[in-house]
Design a protein around this ligand. Structure first.
Ligand code: NYM
Ligand code: MG
Length: 231
């Protein structure tokens, strides 16, 4: 069962109102990230988890990276859709800056008791850039000091299961050969102290059920812990 402090009145919090929110007298929110290669269903699962939490009167907010709505996010979108080009190093730093842009807001929300369900984070940054050949330690360096998640859930799919899902989009990186390299990089980043790998090759509802259990457990265990920083 969740503790009373975690069950607070739900309201949707727009990113514009976060700076007016008082710091929570109770427990802080949990910072939970979903990671995985493209086509694993992260976005829909994240949104479903937020809906389920809100229905249970647990405050939660969805966030995603890249956040294409910021100025920096528009440059990233131009790159992903092949309208613009950057060096591998340059685009890596833009993805990182896109996270730094939202750090104050995320810290404020977490301290106010809002649980963040985040669709990709620094691990995507390092996995995708290092899969292109950039040095992994170089990729991690500018991420250092960002908030560290309480839980990273890695949604896994075998190459066969990924192929069965068919149809990658047209964006950069959306080809099977590259995704295979990304999966290997996730394997190198995985830290069992706060990562859980979950097989996504099940029905959508079955995956949601497993994820929801993990999310509730993380919320229950993170509320009294200080926020930490990455790497
Ligand atoms: N991606 C995402 C990166 O290369 N670096 C990052 O830091 C992040 C957050 O962007 N193929 C890549 C992974 C995806 C692409 O993400 C777009 P999405 O979740 O499909 O919008
Ligand atoms: Mg995608």
């Amino acid at each position: 069962m969740l503790s009373a402090q975690v069950r607070q009145n739900t309201r949707t919090i727009s990113s514009r109102t976060f700076d007016k929110m008082p710091e929570s007298q109770g427990k802080r929110g949990a910072f939970i990230v979903l990671e995985g290669c493209d086509r694993t269903g992260k976005t829909t699962q994240c949104k479903t988890l937020v809906d389920k939490l809100m229905q249970a009167n647990i405050r939660a907010q969805y966030m995603n990276f890249p956040d294409r709505s910021t100025q920096c996010g528009q440059l990233i979108n131009g790159y992903l859709t092949r309208k613009d080009d950057f060096t591998d190093e340059g685009i890596h730093l833009l993805f990182t800056l896109n996270r730094w842009e939202r750090m104050k807001e995320m810290e404020k929300l977490l301290k106010a008791g809002v649980n963040l369900i985040v669709d990709r984070y620094s691990y995507s940054g390092v996995a995708f850039s290092s899969a292109k050949g950039l040095d992994m330690e170089w990729c991690k360096a500018p991420e250092s000091g960002l908030l560290k998640p309480d839980l990273v859930i890695l949604l896994t799919l075998s190459m066969e299961a990924l192929a069965r899902r068919g149809g990658f989009g047209d964006e950069r990186y959306e080809v099977a050969g590259f995704q295979k390299k990304v999966i290997e990089r996730y394997g190198m980043l995985k830290d069992d102290r706060y990562w859980k790998a979950i097989d996504a090759d099940k029905t959508f509802d079955d995956v949601t059920a497993v994820l929801y259990e993990e999310v509730l457990r993380a919320i229950e265990h993170s509320g009294d812990k200080p926020l930490e920083k990455l790497w």
